[in-house]
Design a protein around this ligand. Structure first.
Ligand code: ZN
Length: 74
């Protein structure tokens, strides 16, 4: 299964419509990492922890952090 892949014409965090790529990385110890890189330079990184909590960071192409949150498990 290839969980990563490129996409086209998605709305980046800055509002531009750009192409980009998705990456997925599984670490047996800690987390699943999902990362999205947009052509303009914006990026979104999400970590899923074994206890079900999720952290998410969205960084705009100029380096400004738009979202930095930890969503606790229910
Ligand atoms: Zn951008």
């Amino acid at each position: 299964m290839d969980a990563s892949g490129s996409f086209k014409n998605q709305t980046a965090p800055c509002g531009r419509i750009v192409d980009g790529e998705n990456f997925r990385d599984e670490d047996s110890d800690v987390v699943v990492t999902r990362e999205t890189e947009f052509a303009c330079g914006c990026r979104s990184i999400q970590h899923e922890y074994h206890d079900g909590s999720v952290s998410r960071t969205v960084t705009r192409h100029d380096g400004r952090v738009l979202v930095d949150e930890l969503i606790a498990a229910e």
